[in-house]
Write a protein that binds this ligand. Structure first.
Ligand code: 6PG
Length: 485
């Protein structure tokens, strides 16, 4: 066998790794995949289309040796220690100028450390976000590369070929310096958490408050997905309601336990937003609601204790469904706006230089949060790439103003029925606070100064001030008299 035959190597032939590599093969690249599990390597090779150049191996050195130089390889392994293990195993096999990509959901700060570590050894290490799940990897994901420019130039033709396309344009672009690829993917996932939470709240109120059946839920989401909110998440939601459990004949969704797991990217987004003092309450709330869902036993007890089950129903179904549509439209825009605001802040504060218009552009296809709404956002950011918050744009303001009233009506109904709509409520609170000329934070400043002398600013002159809010108790500063034996 020719000793340098392959254009691209993959480490880890799980579903994502396997599918992405087969996608590359379909796009006429010669590919080689490694998995420690021999049967996975064999299955991978067997699943390739005829006339593609595909090889599966179960020795890492064999994969590395058969790659064209500079070698281009990606690992798709779980985040954390497995990534470091792969790097350590690879190091003795690599040469200067080789390109190593982490295509998983690694924390961007880990990626930053790895970039610096491998840079010293002459290796181009890149953190790349890949979105679209198993199917996306096979037929065209959205790809978010960041960091090393020479590395990016080398892998660009391959990634462009395998990515999703919108109007013929590939859904892959350089996302900025350092760990920008993984940072952008993290925020993508934060937005994903937020939108999933909003859709789940819609489901809850349509089921418990309106009494829709699974068939009606399917029809509603399908109908919405055919309109101005069309999105991948609405599409799969509509589909979910058509599935039946083979064992019981019940709707699949009805036999699934209401406890949501997570791998951490939503939490990381919230943690980073707190670090950068950038409010993203709809995403925070989505993380919190997944967490609260896990306390099933306590929820069962509390439901009994507080008698939470309301038997009231919403009467005018059609009117409410239409209000709910507009409420979801509004809250979804707010969720994206929060994510974009964080990207804007992170871009500057973390020295990544993230091109917001390109982020929005490549999210229009292939990724989990793709939606018709992104076309609107793209036109906004194309005109104003440095926009700090999308809510400041006149076009977005027009869209939000047309739906605002409906959101308030929906939240009122939900509150009366005791159905939690925490994502929607947080979106509205964010909007109301962001659009308030005056917030009650003057009082918070007064309180801080009262008990802690933390100082405050005044509305009428520059500087920091302190007020003597209360006289200190008498003798408070006097020294204790010496005790006589
Ligand atoms: C994607 C997804 C993908 C994965 C999430 C799930 O863009 O393709 O976001 O990366 O499904 O990591 O995250 P949770 O397990 O935390 O929900």
């Amino acid at each position: 066998m020719n000793s340098s035959l392959y254009d691209f190597g993959m480490i880890g032939l799980g579903t994502m790794g396997c599918n992405l590599l087969l996608n590359m093969a379909d796009n006429h690249f010669a590919v080689i995949g490694f998995d420690i599990n021999r049967s996975k390597a064999e299955e991978f090779e067997a699943s390739a289309n005829p006339d593609t150049v595909v090889k599966g191996v179960f020795e890492l050195s064999s994969m590395v040796q058969q790659l064209k130089k500079p070698r281009k390889m990606m690992m798709l392994v779980p985040a954390g220690k497995p990534v470091d293990d792969v790097i350590n195993n690879l190091l003795p096999l690599l040469e200067k100028d080789d390109i190593v990509i982490d295509g998983g959901n690694s924390h961007f700060t880990d990626t930053l450390k790895r970039i610096q570590f491998l840079q010293e050894k002459g290796i181009h290490f890149m953190g790349i976000g890949i979105s679209g799940g198993e199917m996306g990897a096979r037929i065209g994901p959205s790809i978010m590369p960041g960091g090393d420019q020479p590395g990016w130039n080398q892998v660009k033709p391959i990634l462009e070929a395998v990515s999703a396309k919108v109007n013929g344009e590939p859904c892959v672009a350089y996302m900025g310096k350092w760990a920008a690829g993984h940072y952008v993917k993290m925020v993508h996932n934060g937005i994903e958490y937020g939108i999933m939470q909003l859709i789940s709240e819609v489901y809850d109120i349509l089921k418990r408050g309106v009494g829709l059946t699974n068939e009606e839920l399917h029809d509603t989401f399908k109908n919405w997905n055919e309109g101005d909110m069309q999105s991948f998440l609405l599409e799969i939601t509509a589909d979910i309601f058509t599935h039946k459990d083979a064992e019981t004949g019940k709707g699949m969704v009805d036999i699934i336990l209401d406890k949501a797991g997570s791998k951490g990217t939503g939490k990381w987004t919230s943690q980073n937003a707190m670090d950068l003092a950038t409010p993203i309450p709809t995403i925070d709330m989505a993380v919190a609601m997944r967490d609260i869902s896990v306390y099933k036993d306590e929820r069962m007890t509390a439901a009994e204790l507080y008698g939470r089950n309301s038997s009231q129903m919403i009467r005018d179904k059609e009117k409410f469904v239409s209000q709910l549509h507009d409420a979801l439209y509004f809250a979804t825009i707010i969720c994206y706006a929060q994510g974009f605001a964080l990207l804007h802040k992170g871009s500057g504060d973390l020295d990544m230089n993230i091109p917001l218009p390109d982020v929005v552009r490549i999210w229009r296809g292939g990724c989990i949060i793709r939606s018709a709404l992104l076309d609107n956002f793209y036109s906004v950011y194309k005109k104003d790439p440095e926009l700090s918050n999308m809510l400041l744009n006149k076009k977005i303001a027009r869209l939000l103003k047309s739906k605002e009233k409906k959101l308030r009506m929906v939240i009122k109904q939900a509150t009366a029925l005791r159905i939690p709509m925490a994502g929607f409520t947080s979106a509205l609170a964010y909007f109301d606070a962001y659009c308030s000329k005056q917030l009650p934070t003057n009082l918070i400043q007064a309180q801080r100064d009262f008990f802690g002398a933390h100082m405050y600013q005044r509305i009428d002159k520059e500087g920091m001030f302190h007020n003597e809010w209360q006289p200190l108790p008498e003798h408070a500063n006097e020294e204790e008299p010496e005790q006589k034996p």
